[in-house]
Structures are given as C-alpha cells and as structure tokens.
Ligand binder design. Structure first.
Ligand code: GFB
Length: 308
C-alpha cells in the first residue's frame, strides 16, 4: 500500500472507521475515499456497484457494520443478520468485480463458540454453538469470513479477515439502549456523579469476563495487517488480558471519581461468560497493543466530556 494508493474506508463515521481514517492520515496516506450513508447505501447492491465503478478503490477497509451491545443484538435479530450480510456481500463482491488489490474484513470475537477454550485461538471458529444473545450478528460475520475465503480460493482476491475483541474509544456509541458495556457504564457513572446519585445499575451479575482494546490500537493493527498479512486464515486482534464487568465498573468509578454503589440487575443477560482472545499469532508477526487500559479509559472519558 503506497501513500498515494486509493483507499476506501467503509464505515468511516463509526468507532472503527473514524480510527482507521485518523491513523491512515497520521501515517501519511493521502488518497482516502469515504461516503456517508446519505451518499451511499451499503445495503444496496446497485449503489455499491456504481460507487466502485466510479471510484475504483485499490485497498478497502471493510469497517461498516450494524453493531451494538448485548440488548441491541438480541432485540433486533433481523437488522443484525440482514444488514450485515448485505453490506459484506455487496462490498466483497464489488471488490472482486472492480479488481481491488486487497480488502480487509473486520469480524468480531463473538464469532467464536460460547463455551470455547480460553484464551480463544483462531482455530476455535465453527467448533461449537454460538452465544444466543449475538448469534445473528455472529452468523453474518462468519458469512463475511467465508466470503473472503471463497473469493480468494476461486478468484484469487487478496481478502483477509481479522477478529477484533470488544472495542472502545472516541466516537463510540453512548446511547444506553444500544451501546456496549464500556461506554454505557461511563455514561451511567458520569450522570450518577453529576446528579449526586447514590448508586448505578449494572446489567447482569457483573461476573462475565471481557477483554477491551482501544480503537486506535485496533486501527494500527489493521494498517499492519493490510501491509503484512496475506493469508486466508482469520487473525485475532486484542490485548490478551481481561477483567470482570464488576472490575470494569469499579475502574470507571475510580477514574470518574464516583463513590456510590453498584447495583446488579440480574434480570438482564450476562451473555458469554468469558471472551478473551489468544493474540500470539499477531504478536508473533510483530504487532502488539500499546495503549494501557487506564489511559485509554481516561482519554475516552475526556472525549465523552468534550463531545456529549
Ligand atoms: O458490551 P456488551 O453489551 O456485549 O455487554 P457483549 C458485556 C457485558 O456487560 C454483559 C454487561 O454481561 C452485559 O450484561 N453490562 C453491564 C452491560 N451493564 C451494561 C450496560 O449498561 N450496557 C451494556 N451494553 N452491557 C457483544 C455482542 O457482546 O460484544 C456484539 O453483543 C459484539 O455482537 C460485541 O460482538 C463485541 O460483550 O456481551
């Protein structure tokens, strides 16, 4: 990938897409193409085809997706399955048709079985049953992986797939009905503090274990893979360490400076009990996460205060 290469970032307004654009710009890439939802509906095959015919991108970061936390995933199965299948199919098909040089597809750690061995190695894919709260999203993402592998096998498209762990950072979604846990707890704890509340409600038991990666680390990993990785096999991106939701809530309380109590709403789902990725494959290739968790949460909180 040259500094002048034509690079299309699909999903450039989301958490991941903004970070990829930011990191591409910092690294001196000067020919980045983007299109907002009103300019290009990625669920429309015709629109995507026209866009590719007009712009002929050489490299594609496929970061566009219908995403959300545990409640959004389980309450909108059609949106999570259909929108994601359409987006992937339209873009990967167009990448082949318009002879793009390389495409990076972003999957998710939720593609792995609910009760698989931890830390999760890439070969756990399709070795067991999925977590029911996000199986719709997971099935769509698995289809995206298989599309990349199929286009590589049949047509030699250089399509690679990476599996990021749970992400956080600037431009995250802080809407309490659709967000992931980290931005949700940040907002709830912040609002409890400024409104002098005595407690904050945390969904589930607080026992599930999750791994969190700052989205700037993810973006650097994506750039690294676009330059260095050319295999049909999926590759994990994460830190390799995790903590419980209760510990996460305590950490955010400490950073924000809230000393009220945590109340656990066990009517809400826990989801998968543990989801920590084995990242030895990408580490051995030469990439590791750099942003310490506490620093990442602090800078994300600063962003939240400035932007919400
Ligand atoms: O981040 P999250 O929504 O998704 O929830 P998953 C993680 C854990 O945090 C669950 C708990 O055990 C939630 O019950 N939690 C506690 C909360 N309080 C809250 C809260 O206020 N909001 C939210 N959202 N959670 C997602 C998948 O699973 O992981 C997606 O649904 C995606 O498909 C993503 O793959 C990476 O980690 O359980």
């Amino acid at each position: 990938m040259k500094k002048t290469s034509k690079i299309y970032v699909a999903g450039h307004r989301g958490l991941v897409g903004t970070a990829i654009c930011r990191n591409l710009a910092t690294d001196g890439f000067e020919n980045i193409i983007t299109a907002s939802h009103s300019e290009l509906d990625l669920c429309s095959q015709l629109a995507v085809d026209d866009f590719f015919a007009k712009h002929q991108p050489e490299y594609i970061f496929l970061a566009a997706a219908k995403v959300g936390g545990i409640m959004a995933n389980s309450s909108k199965p059609v949106d999570f399955l259909v929108d994601n299948l359409r987006i992937e199919l339209n873009i990967i098909t167009a990448a082949h048709k318009y002879k793009c040089k390389k495409i990076l597809f972003l999957g998710s750690s939720c593609i792995y079985p609910k009760l698989t061995k931890q830390p999760i190695t890439e070969d756990a894919l399709l070795s067991g049953s999925l977590e029911p709260t996000n199986e719709w999203y997971a099935i769509a993402k698995i289809a995206g992986i298989k599309l990349c592998q199929a286009y590589r096998q049949q047509f030699e498209l250089n399509a690679i797939s990476c599996m990021p762990t749970n992400l956080y950072g600037p431009n995250d979604n802080f809407d309490l009905t659709s967000s992931h846990v980290l931005p949700a707890l940040m907002r709830k704890i912040h609002e409890a503090k400024i409104n002098n509340k005595k407690e904050v409600v945390v969904w589930g038991t607080g026992n599930p274990l999750r791994e969190f990666l700052h989205v700037d680390d993810l973006a650097q990993a994506c750039l690294f893979l676009m330059k260095e990785y050319n295999s049909p096999e999926i590759i994990n991106i994460g830190t390799g360490s995790d903590l419980s939701i209760k510990e996460l809530a305590e950490l955010i309380k400490n950073i924000i400076g809230f000393d009220g109590n945590l109340v656990f709403d066990t009517d809400k789902p826990d989801g998968t009990p543990r989801k920590v990725l084995d990242v030895s494959k990408i580490n051995n290739l030469g990439w590791t996460a750099k942003i310490p968790f506490r620093e990442g949460i602090k800078s994300t909180y600063k962003w939240f205060l400035e932007n919400n």
